[in-house]
Design a protein around this ligand. Sequence first.
Ligand code: UDP
Length: 342
Amino acid sequence: MTIVGARPQFIKAAAVSRAIRETSGLSEVMVHTGQHFDPNMSDVFFEELDIPRPRHHLDIHGGGHGDMTGRMLMAIEPILLEEKPDWVVVYGDTNSTLAGALAASKLHIPVAHVEAGLRSFNRRMPEEINRVVTDHLSALQLCPTTTAVTNLAAEGVTAGVHHVGDVMYDATLFVADKAEKSSAILSNLGLAPKAYALATIHRAENTGDRQQLLAVVQFLQDQSRKFPVVLPLHPRTRQAALAMGVDLDGLKVIDPVGYLDMAKLLHNALEVYTDSGGVQKEAYFHHVPCITLRDETEWTETITHGWNRLWKQVAHAERREIDEYGTGRAAYQVARLLSGAR
Ligand code: UDP
């Protein structure tokens, strides 16, 4: 049983789901917690990426972390008792990840964590708490990088740990051609290739505090004096900017886009500015330099290999290719491990 709820999880699950369908002896039941629910944050990914329709949709969103996670726990437990899966597969670091892992492990159902072992070493991030707890509850730790393996070892987690590569790279390769050919987003926005930057902001650390949000927006506005800065605006950031009176003048603000449009925007961007985990790596997959709007990152190899820098660092390191993320077959490794083959 796959438990997902947020945008990056749909994208990662799409890659693994495809591999599960192609691996004999495996079948999948999909549960959607409802954490992300706007059509352009959820449905569009199921349609574009051919993700199986969720058998269970919990429609749980909003409220504080405890409230949301608690409601998810209550709703997931009876589904686990009814479906009796052999594995529960969770992705990344959201409240849906934590609730799925906790509900399953309490019922002694083994948990497989895709994107295990990432650490920012900043426990003020809600995502960091979700990662640490989920990793310690999981029987199978599916790590995207060797740094993730090392992080787990430092916490005493060595059993069931596998470096499989990054399923997001699989997803990027899967849509690359189709996105280039079919997405009309550049002409719709009047943008020329390599003549604009792409930005995303959604982390609580940037949207939860007015001074911080103002500083990030100011950075983007400064860049926008050189070339257009396109900002597909996350609903959380839209709400925060409105509530805190932060104006986004000068930026090319658009609604969140589907994955094909996003791939097209990424591939043709001159630079990427983001606080997203996924977008930092996708910038590298498309060989576009990135500036991360945070004070630390879990994806340290993007920094050491010169494709990314933290916004307060002055320069990128010298560029080298990163071989950590695999060859676009990470999802098949995940499926193979789930099917018990070695
Ligand atoms: N994404 C998208 N449309 C958008 C913004 C992001 O398809 O308008 C994709 C992006 O390419 C990446 C994923 O959503 O694959 C990242 O999700 P997000 O930034 O919400 O979460 P994070 O990666 O930080 O967990």
